[in-house]
Write a protein that binds this ligand. Structure first.
Ligand code: BYC
Length: 472
């Protein structure tokens, strides 16, 4: 049994018996899912120094303590309401926001909430073996922090489904625990969430690039006219920031170490021979996870996206920064592909809303890569990391119909098949990574050879703090 007290919340759960009962019914299934599909080998005896959201007060919304993962207090939090909030874009602009789901948009909204919700448990499933190969206790703790918060984000979407979508919503909440990442018969909805995350380079790239799609999608959902959706996604963004920190600093620390090893090897030596990760491999993983995450923004031309915008369900990131919020006349200049040929097209901006969000996303990723390159610069190396062209390795959208190299030049099928492993991880790259990650590092303050220690610990704790401990 759970009680309102056991689920930290600011949604008045104890005074809503119907909702409380619905969540009580769902909660044991969630815990079972967490034990079966969550971090493998860290369910029973380990205590993890994690952050738990306990309120939405910006000055102190979380506390830190050791918990056993299945006992994490997954809570339900909505950011504080904005007084007299009005719809900020689309055809209903200026009307009061909705506290209930309008019947005519029920299906569209449910689809958005389910798609968002599906990614959260998917990522936990993808990452469930990583604890067995961790580079340090600090990193192990960060992995679990990300995992429990993705679990909380699932709770956030399940709260919406149970509260606002009736019977259908309850059924969808069950199915969120039934689909499984990579399962051929019942896969997760979006492609990137069915890809394996088997090593820590995958993990850091995923948290850098795929969690950043989380940021762009949550930013656009936080503009929604459905106020509870807006409020819950606004608070999720607070936690999401740490996930991208984990990815960006994880790669930065690998780069730091790679630079040290490159110096040791006399600048030109093979870093792999010294047990580090060479820049070429790092670039391949950027190419992979950036292109998979571009796909997560949907088709370039999308009537779904146009109608989400028109109906006020999903806006643009930082909608207030735009001048025109109705977008009835504006056009968008799109690079497209028709009959195998690149062309420029002028299309109504409403139908290009996925592409508009993708533009924002690419800019945000580029800023991160520029920060990584500062490390190479500081060490005096002339090599640079870069984002591949957005046409490269696409599985969704019009560019998926052809092949392109990372510079955006079109390739024949034959050239692509011959050369793709110059740009994307090859099986031997993955084997190498698994070989240097074969032994997990569980000793406080110690780090695997391929990664530098962080600059500081978590919440003022020292770097050699025992971030994950076994029960005495
Ligand atoms: N894979 O008109 P289109 C996160 C389908 S990440 C497979 O472009 P729309 C997180 C599409 O479903 C953020 N299928 O679609 C990160 C549709 O299928 P049907 C997650 C795809 O609706 C890390 C058809 O193609 N949040 O939070 O404009 C860790 C037509 O496409 C894909 C959201 O995604 C794909 N990549 O755009 C943890 C926000 N893309 O109906 C968490 C909610 C498209 O023809 N979702 N399709 O069978 C949305 O806003 C939209 O659904 C999308 C797709 C932007 C994803």
């Amino acid at each position: 049994m759970i009680s309102a007290e056991r689920i930290p919340n600011n949604v008045g759960l104890s005074s809503n018996k119907r909702l409380q009962r619905a969540l009580e019914h769902w909660q044991p299934k969630y815990i079972q899912w967490w034990k079966d599909m969550g971090p493998q080998g860290f369910q029973d005896y380990h205590q993890v120094y994690v952050r738990t959201a306990v309120s939405v007060d910006p000055s102190g919304w979380a506390h830190f303590e050791y918990v056993k993962l299945p006992e994490y207090r997954w809570g339900i939090f909505l950011a504080d309401p904005v007084h007299d909030r009005r719809i900020g874009f689309g055809d209903f602009m200026g009307n009061p926001v909705w506290q209930e789901v309008p019947g005519e948009f029920r299906n569209q909204l449910r689809r958005l909430v389910v798609t968002q919700g599906d990614t959260e448990p998917a990522s936990v499933e993808q990452q469930r073996w990583l604890g067995q190969r961790c580079p340090s206790l600090y990193d192990l703790r960060n992995l679990f922090q990300v995992n429990v918060e993705e679990g909380r984000h699932l709770w956030a979407m399940v709260y919406l489904l149970h509260s606002y979508f009736g019977r259908d919503g309850r059924d969808e909440a069950e199915e969120l625990l039934e689909r499984q990442s990579g399962n051929r018969d019942k896969p997760r909805i979006l492609d990137a969430f069915n890809e394996p995350i088997e090593n820590w380079l995958d993990f850091f790239m995923f948290t850098m690039f795929t969690d950043r799609d989380g940021k762009s999608q949550l930013l656009s959902l936080s503009e929604s006219s459905l106020d509870p959706l807006s409020r819950t996604t606004r608070f999720m963004l607070t936690e999401e920031a740490h996930h991208m920190f984990v990815g960006e600093t994880g790669i930065a620390r690998i780069l730091e170490r790679t630079c040290q090893l490159m110096r040791q090897a006399g600048f030109s030596g093979d870093v792999r021979k010294l047990g580090g990760i060479d820049l070429e491999t790092i670039q391949k993983f950027i190419n992979l996870w950036f292109s998979l995450s571009l796909d997560l923004h949907g088709n370039e031309v999308s009537t779904n996206a146009a109608s989400y915008f028109a109906n006020g369900l999903k806006g643009r990131a930082y909608e207030e920064k735009w001048d025109d919020h109705k977008v009835t006349e504006a056009m968008y200049d799109l690079e497209g592909l028709a009959d195998g040929k690149l062309e420029r097209r002028h299309i109504p901006m409403r139908t290009a809303m996925n592409e508009v969000l993708r533009d924002w996303y690419v800019g945000d990723c580029q800023a991160g890569v520029t920060r990584w390159n500062k490390i190479l610069e500081r060490h005096g190396f002339s090599e640079r990391l870069r984002l591949p062209d957005r046409k490269f390795n696409r599985g969704i959208g019009m560019f998926s119909a052809a092949h392109f190299d990372p510079e955006g030049h079109q390739l024949s099928d034959e050239d692509w098949n011959r050369r793709k492993h110059e740009w994307l991880p090859a099986p031997k790259d993955r084997e190498f990574l698994l070989s240097i990650m074969a032994e997990p590092v569980y000793e406080p303050g110690k780090f695997a050879n391929y990664i530098a220690p962080p600059q500081r610990g978590i919440k003022g704790q020292p770097i050699n703090f025992e971030y994950v401990r076994t029960e005495a």
